[in-house]
Write a protein that binds this ligand. Structure first.
Ligand SMILES: *Cc1c(COP(=O)(O)O)cnc(C)c1O
Length: 403
């Protein structure tokens, strides 16, 4: 903040990889009188949002439940509804969020087998297949993978992990965290044979934090009948029974659901999911071109696993990423994602997901380029130019927009 003034003019640039920018339309939809959550008007809202969320998850067979909770709540719901004390679960260390989910599983009394990895790659389908093949007496009850590891900007190949589970002929449930990928990166609950998909409101869905989701396959529902981990608030059975008529067993986050209905209209009926995914890919590619033109390193190593919703940028040795982030926030009112746990100070993350367009990206990249120079980080001031050139090419040849 410039000394002497208590106001910063214009919009703050919120380019962390969630929470993301909330469209004005969604904010206005939330800003309505709260209604009777047992009344007729609410039932219609509940039914419509649940049906539209199935379209986002790409499912016709699964059940969807919506919790008034952050994504962490939906992680817990996925585990406690399907598993019993001391059940073995196989998880893969893609980064900070996979590590947190793994810790939660341990605290809940599950027996976690955590495949250690370097955070620069997605979950390795071959490593998962090997573990499952070695599990001759089928003690592993669930395989849990984070689709888009928000701490690193690396995605996992969810369909390939499904193929690995099938190749090992293993009956384990398959659970996927899509908190920072749903409605930004292509995702197919049914086609990819996922049993529980976990999602949250504040990233691709363009809402404030406060809602989270489970999408539940028939196999996961069947597992819930005999699962013995204690659960009450998170229990699926009453959520699903009430949800059939659009209601909730307890007071729902009514105003957040108004916002969700508006966001779903924008994503599904107006822009269309395929266009949303192509837009995210375009912004991610433009960002990577900028990073490379600066002479810096994209954290993700495998091009098949580049995240379309954020880019992790590695700092040159001896330069603190958090100092650069502070310089950029102070000078340009732009927030970037910090390096989490072992990446603290070593990287920053550029969020390019949610309600975002080409010029917002250019403003973001300009802020980063100016900030890197102000902070004295050795780099070439060519990133903005490289990104602009790519976006202009995409605008000239719309077919390339999806490339
Ligand atoms: C943000 C995020 C979480 C945590 O969600 P909260 O809403 O903060 O509880 C978990 N997993 C991933 C991949 C995330 O991006």
């Amino acid at each position: 903040m410039p000394s002497g003034s208590s106001r910063r003019a214009g919009r703050h640039f919120l380019q962390i990889p969630g929470p993301t920018n909330v469209p004005d339309r969604v904010l206005r939809a939330i800003d309505l009188p709260t209604i009777d959550h047992r009344g007729p008007e609410f039932g219609a809202l509940g039914k419509k949002t649940l049906a539209d969320m199935k379209r986002v998850f790409k499912t016709t067979r699964a059940e969807v439940v919506i919790y008034p909770a952050s994504g962490t709540g939906a992680w817990e719901a996925a585990l406690v509804n399907t598993l019993s004390p001391a059940d073995r679960v196989l998880m893969y260390e893609t980064g900070h969020f996979a590590t947190l989910w793994q810790k939660m599983a341990g605290k809940l009394g599950l027996d976690v087998e955590f495949i250690a990895a370097d955070w620069r790659h997605g979950a390795d389908p071959e490593a998962i297949e090997q573990r499952l093949r070695a599990d001759a007496d089928k003690r592993i009850k669930a395989v849990c993978v984070v689709h888009n590891e928000t701490s690193t900007g690396v995605t996992s190949r969810i369909a390939d992990v499904r193929r690995a589970i099938d190749a090992a002929s293993h009956p384990a449930l398959y659970m996927v965290d899509t908190i920072s990928s749903l409605a930004s990166i292509d995702y197919r609950h049914d086609e990819w044979g996922v049993d529980v998909t976990v999602a949250g409101s504040q990233k691709g869905l363009m809402l404030p934090p406060g809602l989270s989701f489970n999408c539940i396959s028939p196999k996961a529902l069947a597992a819930a009948k005999s699962a013995r981990l204690p659960r009450s608030y998170w229990a699926w059975d009453e959520m699903i029974a009430n949800g059939r008529s659009g209601y909730f067993p307890y007071t729902p986050a009514t105003n957040m659901l108004y916002g969700l209905a508006e966001a779903l209209k924008m994503l599904l009926d107006e822009e269309g999911l395929d266009a949303v995914f192509a837009r995210h890919q375009r912004h991610a590619e433009a960002t990577r071109r900028a990073v490379r033109a600066w002479g810096l390193e994209v954290f993700a190593l495998d091009a098949r696993e580049y995240s379309a919703s954020l880019t992790g940028v590695l700092m040159p040795a001896g330069h603190d990423a958090d100092r650069v982030r502070k310089v950029i926030l102070d000078a340009f009112d732009l927030s970037l994602g910090t390096g989490l746990t072992k990446l603290g100070g070593k990287m920053f993350r550029i969020g390019h997901l949610g309600d975002f367009n080409d010029l917002m990206l250019m403003g973001t990249l300009a802020g980063v380029e100016m900030g890197l120079a102000l902070a004295g980080v050795p780099m070439k001031k060519e990133g903005v130019q490289a990104a602009m050139q790519y976006l202009a090419e995409c605008a000239r040849t719309p077919a390339r927009r999806a490339a």
